[in-house]
Design a protein around this ligand. Structure first.
Ligand SMILES: [Zn+2]
Length: 209
C-alpha cells in the first residue's frame, strides 16, 4: 500500500538550486545572496559542465581542456527564483571589484547581458548596491554543497580551500568605478514584483570561503 502524506519532504541532500547563465538575448537582473563566489576548473564533459578532478580526472584523460568557472547564488525578484549563476573568469572580475568595494557580494544587484546580443558574445556585468533591508532576499546557501548536489558529488569532495578550487581572482587594472557609472537599471525603486515573499528573510548568510 502507498504511504500518503500531505507533507512535502525536503531534499535530504540540502538546497538544490537551478543553474542560470547570461542569456543570449535580453538580460538577467538579480540580487546576489551569497557573500562571495566560489570557483573551480571545469570541463565540458558528456554534454555538460563538470568540475575538473584533481586526481584521476576522466575528462583530462580524454584530452579535454579545462576552463575556470565561478558560481554565486542570486535571487530573481521577478520570477522569485533562487539560483546559481555561472560566470567565466572575465565576467567574475566585475563581482570581485564589487566585493572589494563593499566587503561582500550579498546585496549586489547585477544585470548580465551579452555584447551585441549574440549567443557567445562577451558577458557584460553591471553592478550596484541594493537595499536588502527594505527588500529582503533569501538566506545564502552553502555554495559548495549546492554545487556538489548539482554535480552529484559527495558533499565534502569540493569542500576544501585548495588554491585551485576556491580562487580569489586578481583584480585587473580597469577603473573599479567604470562598471558602476553606466547603470541603466533602477535599484532604488523595486517594482511590485520585487517585493519580498515568504522566502524573503534576508540577513547574513553563509560564508563559503
Ligand atoms: Zn580534468
Amino acid at each position: 500500500m502507498p504511504e500518503w502524506s500531505n507533507e512535502v519532504p525536503d531534499d535530504p541532500r540540502g538546497v538544490a538550486l537551478p543553474i542560470r547563465r547570461t542569456p543570449p538575448h535580453g538580460s538577467l537582473l538579480a540580487v546576489v545572496t551569497s557573500i562571495d563566489l566560489v570557483g573551480t576548473r571545469t570541463h565540458f564533459w558528456q554534454r555538460r559542465t563538470m568540475p575538473h578532478e584533481k586526481i584521476k580526472c576522466e575528462a583530462c584523460k580524454a584530452g579535454l581542456p579545462t576552463r575556470w568557472h565561478s558560481y554565486l547564488s542570486a535571487w530573481d525578484h521577478h520570477t522569485k527564483m533562487h539560483f546559481l549563476f555561472e560566470l567565466t573568469a572575465q565576467a567574475a572580475q566585475h563581482f570581485v571589484t564589487f566585493r572589494k568595494a563593499h566587503g561582500t557580494l550579498r546585496g549586489c544587484l547585477f544585470k548580465a547581458s551579452r555584447w551585441r546580443q549574440i549567443p557567445n558574445g562577451r558577458v557584460l556585468i553591471e553592478c550596484k548596491p541594493f537595499d536588502i533591508v527594505s527588500h529582503p532576499i533569501p538566506e545564502a546557501p552553502d555554495l559548495i554543497t549546492v554545487l556538489s548536489i548539482l554535480w552529484n558529488l559527495p558533499p565534502d569532495q569540493l569542500n576544501n580551500n585548495s588554491p585551485n578550487q576556491v580562487v580569489d581572482l586578481p583584480t585587473d587594472s580597469r577603473d573599479p568605478e567604470e562598471n558602476c557609472t553606466r547603470l541603466s537599471f533602477d535599484a532604488g525603486k523595486p517594482t511590485r514584483a520585487a517585493r519580498p515573499d515568504a522566502l524573503g528573510r534576508g540577513k547574513n548568510g553563509n560564508d563559503v570561503a
